[in-house]
Write a protein that binds this ligand. Structure first.
Ligand code: PLP
Length: 230
């Protein structure tokens, strides 16, 4: 087994164990292999190990790298997104995790107008309310949901967060819990066309805690592919 295959197997075991601790069905948690800055060969190795879902963060890199991948992988875009780059994702990604403002949603809506199915999106929440960080303020989330929900060519499937960095994964737990509570609040508003089925949270250092708090999509890079060096 390659390192990558071994790492994936180990992470899957840890996800299952976290599900057992929190009485969850492991089938409700999907692992996203975050392959940013990693070569196509690493993606092929992960695919050979049974990993189908991949996350990328940089549009330019995704545009250059994705045509090299022959295997039928599912791509999610998880990084910061400028309006003028959305066109490069059209028809290529199954989900965009980083929608945090109406003009971006409007651009996705525009780009997806001739696609067979709406673009699945998650709304990114600045859960730690950190100054410079991307993500919608928690207080403005309901308003953003209502505005985005009116756009016909995208569908809101849940929330995503990138909590403040903490050495100890336990310190991140309250942020994950808060995101889940926010999703429950939004669910109660019963906005037409809006589902809060997905919670995208948890990375290499804290995905087990995220699973315990209800994550349905965990985004793991380093623990699968090793440290990223440019
Ligand atoms: C890079 C990245 C990850 C993966 O981080 P690791 O710590 O390497 O697991 C997850 N989410 C987002 C949004 C990222 O940009």
């Amino acid at each position: 087994m390659t390192d990558i295959a071994q790492n994936i197997a180990r992470i899957r075991e840890r996800i299952v164990a976290a599900c057992e601790r929190s009485s969850r069905n492991p089938d409700t948690v999907r692992l996203i292999a975050v392959s940013k800055i990693k070569p196509a060969a690493d993606i092929d190795a992960a695919f050979a190990a049974g990993q189908q879902l991949f996350g990328e963060s940089y549009v330019q890199e995704f545009r250059d790298k994705s045509p090299e991948i022959q295997s039928p992988v599912e791509w999610h875009f998880i990084g910061g997104l400028q309006n003028n780059k959305v066109k490069y994702l059209r028809g290529k990604v199954a989900m965009i995790h980083s929608v945090d403002r109406l003009p971006l949603a409007e651009e996705i809506n525009h780009q997806w107008q001739n696609e067979a199915t709406p673009c699945k999106v998650l709304l990114q929440v600045n859960i730690g309310e950190e100054g410079q960080k991307s993500g919608c303020d928690p207080e403005q989330l309901a308003q953003l949901v209502c505005a985005v929900a009116k756009l016909p060519n995208l569908s809101i499937c849940g929330l995503m967060c990138l909590p403040p960095y903490c050495e100890d994964a336990e310190e991140v737990r309250p942020y994950f819990r808060r995101l889940r509570e926010l999703a429950e609040q939004i669910e109660r508003l019963q906005v037409p066309g809006v589902a809060m089925t997905e919670l995208s949270m948890g990375m290499s250092g804290d995905f087990e805690v995220a699973v315990e708090e209800g994550a349905t999509l965990v985004r793991v890079g380093t623990a699968i592919f090793g440290e990223r060096v440019r």
